[in-house]
Design a protein around this ligand. Structure first.
Ligand SMILES: [Zn+2]
Length: 89
């Protein structure tokens, strides 16, 4: 028998943000969590500019949702983790 890998409706491994708290829907960490960051880098490794645009839009939305959080810490959380230059492997 095969394990039931197909869950209908939700995708547990998606690591999508849950608003307005901006926590990860899969692991509960602050979004973007470590897993999501890794996936974003892989997804946008050839287009860092698009990644910056995407994260910038998330930051803008999170800034509106998380009004009690300092903007500088949100910037650090959403954008500050992105490596400045692409890694060559
Ligand atoms: Zn996660």
């Amino acid at each position: 028998m095969t394990p039931g890998a197909e869950a209908s409706g939700s995708q547990p491994g998606e690591h999508a943000p849950v608003t307005p708290d901006w926590t990860c829907g899969s692991c509960g960490d602050d979004w973007p969590c470590a897993t999501k960051r890794h996936r974003l880098l892989a997804e946008y490794q050839r287009d860092r500019a698009a990644l910056s645009v995407y994260l910038g839009s998330c930051l803008a939305a999170a800034t509106r949702d998380l009004r009690s959080a300092p903007v500088s810490s949100l910037q650090d959380r959403f954008i500050g983790w992105v490596p400045r230059s692409p890694r060559t492997t």
